[in-house]
Design a protein around this ligand. Structure first.
Ligand code: CP3
Length: 346
């Protein structure tokens, strides 16, 4: 079913409307804390699950059925579109993603192939079509991709980017090659998001998990121009776009200038303080500390309530965690959180 922009609380808040009870969804809402997810993962590897539209569709819908979230996020990964560019990606059990042949020279950057999402990522677009056909009209479907800087971090480091010496070495050591890398990734991201929107995504989110390692000055110099181009292309399609940067509180002014419609915030900063920098034309998304869900009922309720209250200023608020839900989270903690958020539902 197509989304109804009036019925969808997520879309209304993303466009800046204030609601008594904010819409809610959780980053990584389809995942290992859900028994029904683990059951599917016994039959499919993570990559096979991402590449099989019926399975990706089922995994996307699981948390919607169980919790009635206001938005569904496509089951996939930010690293999926790197494969058609030429990077070989593996997800080892428990060790995170590994890229076999890291990209570290100008020659390797030049060799990265352009992506035709309607061809090499057709399985993602088919999953989106299937999900949209199954979702109720009041639930928005979010498509996503990694932001160029974060994708570059994985490509250059070859896996979990720590301590970012190679990535920042390239950034400071060969600025033209680094810019070329971000441009290529930015072009891919914009083409991919456009194709997702065409296939039925109602909104998009750009994950910039590692942007927080940048000084504000460097963010402005290398990252901001690429982000502005992506958001300008999405905005032309009249679809709300979220920018999420982990540990990006020192970047709020720059984030406001990206042109995103929603700023995704981690748990470090009070929403009310972020609002003073972002103003009322950018909606806020966040920002419960994911580890709160490991605590007792009274703490879960108090923290969820605090965030609903802090989100109430001018401009919209979408309730979420400050980062992905942890695999050890009890399902009952999510129920308690939702019960608290939705207490004033008419
Ligand atoms: O949010 C959702 O439920 C949608 C699906 C989604 C996944 N990854 C599924 C996934 C999304 C939006 C992502 C984004 C993603 N992937 C990010 C950005 C957000 C963030 O968490 O900071 C990053 C950096 C990745 C890269 C990635 N994928 C890592 C580092 C790992 C291993 C660590 C981990 O959490 O397991 C993954 C694997 C991954 N992506 C899983 C899932 C459900 C776990 C797969 C499994 O073992 O079953």
């Amino acid at each position: 079913m197509n989304t109804d922009p009036v019925q969808s609380k997520y879309l209304r808040a993303a466009r800046g409307e204030r609601l008594t009870v904010p819409p809610v969804w959780l980053m990584r809402q389809a995942g290992r804390y859900l028994p029904e997810y683990l059951a599917v993962r016994e039959r499919y590897s993570f990559l096979d699950a991402c590449r099989t539209p019926e399975v990706a569709c089922e995994l996307t819908l699981q948390p919607i059925r169980r919790f009635g979230f206001d938005a569904a996020i496509l089951f996939s990964d930010i690293l999926i579109p790197l494969a058609p560019m030429g990077a070989e990606i593996a997800f080892g059990e428990g060790q995170g993603p590994v890229i076999a042949d890291p990209v570290r020279s100008a020659g390797q950057i030049e060799a990265l192939r352009p992506v035709q999402p309607r061809e090499s990522l057709a399985f993602v677009l088919e999953a989106i079509r299937q999900i949209r056909a199954e979702l109720p009209a009041h639930v928005a479907l979010i498509g996503f991709t990694g932001a160029p800087f974060t994708l570059a971090a994985y490509l250059v480091e070859g896996g979990k980017p720590d301590p970012f010496a190679r990535l920042k070495g390239l950034m400071y050591g060969d600025r033209p090659a680094f810019r070329r890398l971000l441009d290529k990734l930015g072009g891919m991201a914009a083409d991919y998001l456009e194709a997702m929107i065409e296939a039925g995504a109602d909104a998009v989110q750009l994950f910039d998990t590692w942007a927080g390692i940048l000084p504000a000055r460097e963010f402005r110099a290398v990252n901001l121009p690429v982000l502005q181009k992506i958001f300008a292309r999405v905005k032309a399609l009249n679809v709300p776009a979220t920018y999420y940067a982990l540990a990006g509180m020192h970047l709020l002014e720059e984030i406001r200038e990206t042109g995103c419609s929603v700023a995704g915030l981690d748990w470090r900063i009070p929403l009310s303080r972020a609002r003073t920098v972002l103003g009322d034309r950018t909606a806020l998304q966040g920002n419960l500390d994911p580890t709160v869900l490991l605590g007792p009922e009274a703490v879960i309720r108090a923290e969820a309530r605090r965030i609903v209250d802090e989100g109430r200023g001018p401009g919209g608020h979408i309730f979420n965690l400050g980062h992905g839900i942890l695999p050890v989270t009890p399902v009952s903690a999510v129920d308690l959180m939702l019960d608290e958020i939705r207490r004033e539902e008419p």
